[in-house]
Design a protein around this ligand. Structure first.
Ligand code: CP
Ligand code: NVA
Length: 312
């Protein structure tokens, strides 16, 4: 397949074709093999990356910073205390200025609109490192981890249980719809993914053969190849914590839920950070079916692949 992503931003994954996503995953596999054999090539020499953070981060920040820096690039961390982000200066002006100084921009924060505006006005690739609505670089690492466990991922079943309307569940719905992975969200009706996103995913799923479903029934973990969960209250939703604990306690991933899949080879995934004893029990996340550390490592390889493919 001939794919060029030079100059492209990564904002939601909705505008990436299945071939483009598979190309990024293939490149990430190559990058991981190179990294394991010590092949670092200075491919970002002379390039600069602005990393903007309104919310905290361990994996995403470290993935962007180490992937870029170890290939000779110069990453610059700008937290919300360091930079105007729609405060004294308009976001459009900040974007224009950053675009003159940096080869690419990473943004993590609240509004999806912010990352879209940065992309619109900066004229350089902009990467969504998590917003309230999407976490596309996470979804790439998640699918890479499934590929490592299962080889071909088309036709596999991924089940997400927990807060079905959060950024991680939404991005999984997008990538599974594109790649033909059956995707079930198990969540109480109050936390269903919104109809607009489901409407956008429906034709994609039809084209790829993916079956997408949303249900409150935890027994729907049956036949899952991968069982995924995430925190019950995402960043910015701390005030909802008690309400979520009540609502989501029946959706915890514990060994009995893992066993309900009926498959011994089911893997457990979590984007991390995790709260042991809430969305997942320690025996599962620290047990033999867990792939969460590979998944965390794959953040770096997939993010390096995205930057290699898009930075001019
Ligand atoms: N999974 C993830 O995005 O982790 P961080 O919040 O630590 O970046
Ligand atoms: N849904 C979580 C993901 C963290 C990586 C959050 O937004 O806090």
């Amino acid at each position: 397949m001939s794919v060029s992503l030079l100059g492209r931003s990564l904002l939601t994954l909705l505008d990436y074709t299945p071939d483009e996503i598979l190309y990024l995953l293939k490149l990430a596999k190559k990058v991981k093999e190179e990294s394991k054999s010590g092949k670092i090539k200075n491919r970002f020499q002379g390039k600069t990356l602005a990393m903007l953070f309104e919310k905290l981060s361990t994996r995403t920040r470290c993935s962007f910073e180490t992937a870029f820096g170890e290939e000779g690039g110069h990453p610059v961390l700008l937290s919300k205390n360091d930079i105007q982000l729609g405060g004294k200066e308009t976001l459009e002006d900040t974007a224009r200025v950053l675009g003159r100084m940096f080869s690419a921009i990473q943004f993590r924060g609240f509004k999806q609109e912010t990352v879209e505006t940065l992309a619109k006005y900066s004229q350089v690739p902009v990467y969504n490192g998590l917003t309230d609505l999407f976490h596309p670089t996470q979804a790439l690492a998640d699918i890479m981890t499934m590929q490592e466990s299962f080889g071909e991922i088309k036709g596999r079943k991924l089940v997400f249980t927990g807060d079905g309307r959060n950024n991680v569940a939404r991005s999984l719905m997008v990538i599974c719809s594109k790649l033909g992975i059956h995707f079930t969200v198990i969540t109480p009706a109050e936390l269903n993914p919104d109809d607009a996103l489901r409407g956008q995913c429906a034709p994609l799923a039809e084209a790829s053969g993916a079956v997408i479903s949303v249900t409150p029934n935890i027994d729907s973990v049956k036949d899952a190849d991968a069982l995924y969960t995430d925190v019950w209250a995402s960043m910015g939703e701390e005030s909802k914590k008690n309400e979520r604990v009540k609502l989501l306690s029946p959706y915890q991933v514990n060994q009995s839920v893992m066993n309900k899949t009926g498959k011994k080879e089911t893997i457990f995934l979590h984007c991390l950070p995790a709260v042991r004893g809430e969305e997942v029990t320690a025996d599962v996340i620290d047990g033999p079916q867990s792939r969460v550390w590979d998944q965390a490592e794959n953040r770096k390889h997939t993010i390096k692949a995205v930057m290699l493919a898009t930075i001019k």
